[in-house]
Design a protein around this ligand. Structure first.
Ligand code: FE2
Ligand code: FE2
Length: 173
């Protein structure tokens, strides 16, 4: 059985993942407004991934005999000054999510809840990727600076991102 505290924290994580999705949808909307459809596509896929993360927690709570309870989602920020500003914020956001996942893992160890610790390992690895991919784009945007051509090239590159559903296939029901 999940401890009461663990059940609560896992439920909060569902909220945090949906909020992440919401934030990335807001970033998608910003890029659509700027006619940067490749950047918008990247954010769209990112948002979809976050909703799948939320559902991974949803399934796990149920599997362990816990009760999923949904809470309200905070209003995300909607305006940014530049693509670099957006990706800096995406990176910052992911470092905060990493902290949350690490805290959950610490709680699982405290609880001697080995199943939850094992479940969370996927997210620990995922966060390494999440931080790295946002950071990579921050660095590319810094290199590109104000060059319209550079932004255009990067927009083109990011238009290729697709959701990797195979990664989540076993969570479907
Ligand atoms: Fe996530
Ligand atoms: Fe994420």
């Amino acid at each position: 059985m999940l401890s009461k505290k663990m059940e609560e924290q896992l439920n909060e994580q569902i909220n945090a993942e949906i909020y992440s999705g919401y934030l990335y949808y807001a970033m998608e909307a910003y890029f659509e407004d700027e006619d940067l459809t490749g950047f918008a596509n990247w954010m769209h896929v990112q948002a979809q991934e976050e909703l799948l993360h939320a559902h991974k927690f949803f399934n796990y709570i149920n599997e362990r005999g816990g009760r999923v309870r949904l809470d309200g989602i905070e209003t995300p920020k909607n305006d940014w000054d530049s693509p670099l500003g957006v990706f800096k914020e995406a990176y910052e956001h992911e470092t905060k999510v990493t902290e949350r996942i690490n805290n959950l893992y610490d709680l699982a160890l405290e609880d001697k809840d080995h199943a939850t610790a094992s479940f969370l390992k996927w997210f620990i690895d995922e966060q390494v990727e999440e931080e790295a991919s946002a950071d990579e784009i921050v660095n590319k945007l810094k290199r590109v600076g104000d060059s319209g051509h550079g932004i255009f090239m990067l927009d083109n590159e990011l238009s290729n991102r697709m959701l990797d559903t195979a990664e989540y296939a076993e969570d479907g029901e």
